[in-house]
Design a protein around this ligand. Structure first.
Ligand SMILES: [Zn+2]
Length: 548
């Protein structure tokens, strides 16, 4: 999501839409304007996470043996095992057969006396997940970085691409603290917006763009988070970034997309298209800009987010020649799609998003307040969300999902990003919802896991000219792994912190199964349930604070 300063819309005569136009067609329905002018968004402060306390995570160990586990390695290969995965310090040292399915595990398997042993018999092990689109939040919604960090790790996310996570100084600091395992947090890749972090003003010329990129490369930035920049600026940013080994991802927002849609950006060297912005605008059939209703104003977020969905039937036929040519060109250019379908999903079913199982225990009241309808909070555009809006979004998702799946089918790279912390999507949970939505789009769960692991790692490492260091469970790579006691291929829901509902036929009662058991980051073993309990404690504390 991207914060945009709201100016007063109280003066706008939106009421006429309600009076005269509301019944014309769905795309012209409008709520009445609220009377008070919105507050300008406050500067968002994010308190750095406290140092890792004794007992928070075990290890790294000279030798850690994970016994009898079924391995899903992240490359797309089938589950295999049972195997023992041996970790030495923070590296995967060996993957060895532990027996044959249906027979007892082979006895006396080396190493005989590891420093630490996890009995993972019958469990499933995957590479740690990579969330390729995150923000760390901040006051007023979640003041503490500890909150998203622990929710991410509790959901198996061992690497995040912050776009941005926080301002550059804090992100660099926490990236380094995480790399040293001084804090309980995933690995952090630091992507910043043009001009982010330096004190030389806005980037408004190609020369300034190049100067900022050079500054960024020297100041702990791993990549560029771009908008739909002006063509000459976009070209300068991407060209300079490429020379210096910086990655790039772009949210091609509506204000600039007419000049910089996804195919134009990819031709300039953009690495990742995040969200959907820019795709459909590249495929418009009868227009070169979206045919907005007459009273569209971008800063009215109900209009902005409501109208996006109305693009679904303004484009060339899905699966048709223009559609296929579009995807083929991206494939040739090597574009990564990071759809973040999860973050807009409330649009197709607001009630589901508001009533998700996890809110009561794991969503901070202050974050909840942020989600609720508001003209000033970004992404809280539920001034009056209608059946028309949900139907438009459902249609939109059908086409969007086909685009993502068709790209996968021809060999295009898709990654998993969440953008949680807005629109009723709470950190960690929102990422697992993205997994489910990719399956809905047509991905096999093995393809989902590949997107969430190996694909993410390749996207983060390629710009640096490096081979992947994590993202696959393979000897020699960093020991970032997820272990769950249920089969994620059978049901991705078991990856939610709240698990999945299952009838226990012995008791006749419904119970919750799953939730990640252990998340291993850099050879350190975290009890995922304990991380969740910590988060539940933060929520509880804030509730008590408020009750005073
Ligand atoms: Zn975002």
């Amino acid at each position: 999501m991207r914060k945009i300063r709201l100016f007063s819309i109280a003066a706008m005569a939106l009421a006429l839409a309600v009076a005269a136009g509301a019944v014309v067609v769905a795309q012209q329905t409008r709520p009445a304007a609220a009377a008070p002018a919105p507050q300008a968004p406050r500067a968002e402060g994010l308190t750095p996470a406290p140092n890792r306390a004794a007992g928070e995570g075990l290890g790294p160990f000279k030798t850690l043996a994970i016994r009898g586990v079924i391995l899903i390695d992240g490359t797309g290969g089938p589950p295999r095992g049972p195997v023992d995965v041996i970790v030495e310090n923070n590296r995967i040292a060996a993957i060895r057969s532990a027996g044959t399915p249906g027979l007892p595990l082979r006895p006396n398997r080396p190493p005989q006396k590891p420093d630490y042993e996890l009995d993972a018999t019958g469990m499933y092990l995957m590479p740690g997940f990579i969330d390729a689109h995150v923000h760390g939040g901040g006051a007023p919604k979640n003041p503490d970085a500890e909150y998203p960090y622990k929710l991410w790790l509790a959901h198996g996310i061992t690497t995040v691409r912050g776009v941005s996570l926080a301002d550059n100084a804090m992100t660099v600091k926490d990236k380094e603290r995480s790399a040293r395992n001084e804090i309980v947090a995933p690995r952090i890749f630091n992507y910043q917006r043009p001009g982010g972090g330096w004190d030389q003003g806005r980037v408004e010329t190609p020369e300034a763009a190049r100067a900022w990129v050079r500054w960024a490369a020297q100041n702990g930035v791993d990549g560029l988070k771009l908008g739909a920049e002006r063509p000459e600026i976009m070209a300068a940013l991407l060209d300079e970034g490429k020379k210096l080994g910086l990655g790039s991802t772009a949210h091609l927002g509506q204000t600039g997309v007419a000049q910089m849609n996804a195919i134009k950006a990819a031709r300039l060297g953009l690495g990742t298209v995040t969200h959907f912005y820019g795709h459909f605008e590249s495929l418009l059939k009868d227009y070169v800009v979206q045919p907005y209703p007459v009273d569209q104003i971008n800063e009215n977020e109900y209009q902005r987010f409501g109208q996006v969905a109305r693009l679904w039937d303004k484009i060339h036929t899905p699966g048709g020649p223009e559609w296929n040519a579009y995807l083929q060109e991206h494939l040739k250019l090597g574009t990564t799609f990071d759809p973040t379908m999860t973050i807009y999903s409330a649009g197709r079913d607001l009630m589901r998003a508001r009533n998700a199982d996890w809110h009561a225990t794991y969503t901070l009241p202050s974050l909840w307040d942020y989600y609720e309808p508001s003209r000033s909070n970004h992404g809280s555009y539920w001034y009056y969300w209608t059946t028309w809006d949900e139907v438009a979004w459902r249609n939109y998702y059908r086409v969007w999902m086909q685009l993502v799946n068709d790209y996968k089918k021809i060999g295009g790279r898709v990654t998993t990003g969440s953008d949680s912390g807005f629109i009723y999507q709470t950190y960690g949970f929102g990422t697992i919802l993205e997994f489910e939505m990719l399956q809905e789009a047509g991905f096999h769960p093995l393809e989902v896991i590949q997107a969430a692991t190996m694909n993410g790692a390749m996207t983060l490492h390629e710009p640096k000219g490096k081979n992947i260091e994590f993202g696959v469970v393979r000897e020699g790579l960093l020991a970032d792994m997820v272990i769950v006691d249920q089969n994620p291929i059978e049901n991705l829901k078991v990856l939610y912190g709240t698990g999945a509902i299952k009838l226990n036929d012995k008791t006749g009662k419904a119970e919750r199964v799953g939730g990640i058991t252990w998340t291993i980051k850099d050879g350190i073993v975290y009890d995922a349930k304990k991380l969740l309990a910590d988060v539940a404690g933060m929520v509880e504390r804030q509730k008590k604070e408020r009750a005073k």
